[in-house]
Design a protein around this ligand. Sequence first.
Ligand SMILES: Cc1ncc(C[n+]2csc(CCOP(=O)(O)OP(=O)(O)O)c2C)c(N)n1
Ligand SMILES: [Mg+2]
Length: 349
Amino acid sequence: MPAASRAGSRAPKGTPRDPAKKTIPNVLQFSKEEELHAYREMLLIRRFEEKAGQMYGMGLIGGFCHLYIGQEAVVVGMQMAAQEGDQVITGYRDHGHMLVCGMDPKGVMAELTGRRGGYSKGKGGSMHMFSKEKNFFGGHGIVGAQVSLGTGLAFANWYRNNGRVSLTYFGDGAANQGQVYESFNMAALWKLPVVYIIENNRYAMGTAVTRASAQTDFSKRGLSFNIPGEQVDGMDVRAVRDAGRRAIDYCRSGQGPYILEMQTYRYRGHSMSDPAKYRSKDEVTRMREEHDPIEQVRRRLLGEWKVSEDELKTIDAKVREIVNEAAEFATHDPEPDPSELWTDVLLDA
Ligand SMILES: Cc1ncc(C[n+]2csc(CCOP(=O)(O)OP(=O)(O)O)c2C)c(N)n1
Ligand SMILES: [Mg+2]
């Protein structure tokens, strides 16, 4: 948006308001570079996940595989608010988190196909990947387990006084686990630097939030521990970055944990086999058509920032190239040698 309209010049008194014009607080505005960055990052996740879905269908990926399609704005917006050195930890719906942390798409895809060049040498699969170098701490298949681990990362930050913040992601279903509240208690008691990011995508497998949760406002889940919380439009990457900054600043300044409920939506099934009887096709179509996080940015780039279709096509082509290269690597890299079966099981200490 040009600077003049960003400054928000006032209309003369008595001018009727155009109801179609929504005034977005200045704080939600992105620069053109930020819009382009968010677009690229979200598109990389989307295309990567679409490719993973295809490869699963072709039998190249086995075991569990949970796609992040629809939720891209959450992790991209949060990472735009984070600083180098802040840690990320999440559950099994983790490919997007790894990509925004800067992990190599080839290594992630090769882990999905169980190849040597994968982040866990082909022995961990979709739910078990880590990169200490990129501050990504997994990838966890036990629902809610990452919450206590993420709190532990925050405890280490506090102990070392290193100024880092732990970004601990979990789902609406995981939010009902007991260990979450034990973690909240400790985090609040010791004022640990952890942002709890609850990705409320409305379902835990086939169970709607309203069927499983007595309190569906997840931002209130820390109330009895005095942990502040906010509900955020998790389909708008600008709203995510804005709330992310507030939460991370709060934690980094030593005031303790913070909760962000990201209101988001997953377009695909829970995992790769999902009868999808728990929601209507219309509901999914409506979300895709009216709230898609990538389409929102694309529209602003074309409209407000006058970026040409060609420029966007070049970005799209580049993203596809990265994903195709990753898929190519992941189909040709050899599988681990059978002698590797017993290695990396226990740590030699
Ligand atoms: C302790 C535990 N209980 C149950 C499961 C089976 N399970 C896997 S995913 C899932 C749903 C979790 O939903 P949510 O936290 O909303 O995350 P989402 O899949 O929507 O990202 C369940 C019950 C598990 N993996 N671990
Ligand atoms: Mg969920």
